[in-house]
Design a protein around this ligand. Structure first.
Ligand code: ZN
Ligand code: ZN
Length: 140
């Protein structure tokens, strides 16, 4: 195939491959990813991928409702797949990865002062993930 249109077709195919690889990064890691982390995972499939493409794809996924931002105090934005249901996050101070935490402590509403109506809550756990706590105890 040496047609003039070949270039356009290849560009579209490449863009689709890139978007699929970026989406796959989020579904395979099963935890919130920063654009940089998504890039590193997606590069296993698409080696030539650049960070600007990842930012563009993420922006598009967010406006399409595929990804939602995960805002953590004092940390760069992460993104995760939409529709995961209510859950919380664990941020590792060793590797700076963010993990999903299943479940939710009961009776949180009781923490609100008398007469207050609780509408939402965020819980972020901080510490060392299994990998990092293993490394720490191995060297001490
Ligand atoms: Zn860690
Ligand atoms: Zn909760």
């Amino acid at each position: 195939m040496k047609a003039e249109a070949e270039g356009t077709v290849q560009t579209e195919t490449r863009q689709t491959q890139q978007r699929v690889a970026i989406h796959d990064a989020f579904s395979s890691e099963r935890r919130p990813l920063s654009p940089q982390e998504a890039l590193e995972v997606a590069q296993r499939t698409v080696p030539g991928l650049g960070i600007a493409t990842v930012y563009r794809a993420i922006k598009r996924f967010v406006s399409d409702g595929v990804l939602v931002p995960v805002e953590l105090p004092g940390a760069a934005s992460r993104y995760e797949l939409a529709g995961l249901g209510h859950h919380h996050h664990f941020q590792c101070r060793g590797c700076d990865r963010v993990y999903d935490v299943e479940g939710c402590p009961p009776r949180i509403a009781e923490l609100a002062p008398e007469g207050f109506e609780l509408e939402a809550h965020e819980i972020v756990l901080h510490g060392l993930c299994a990998d990092c706590s293993e490394t720490t105890s191995a060297t001490t």
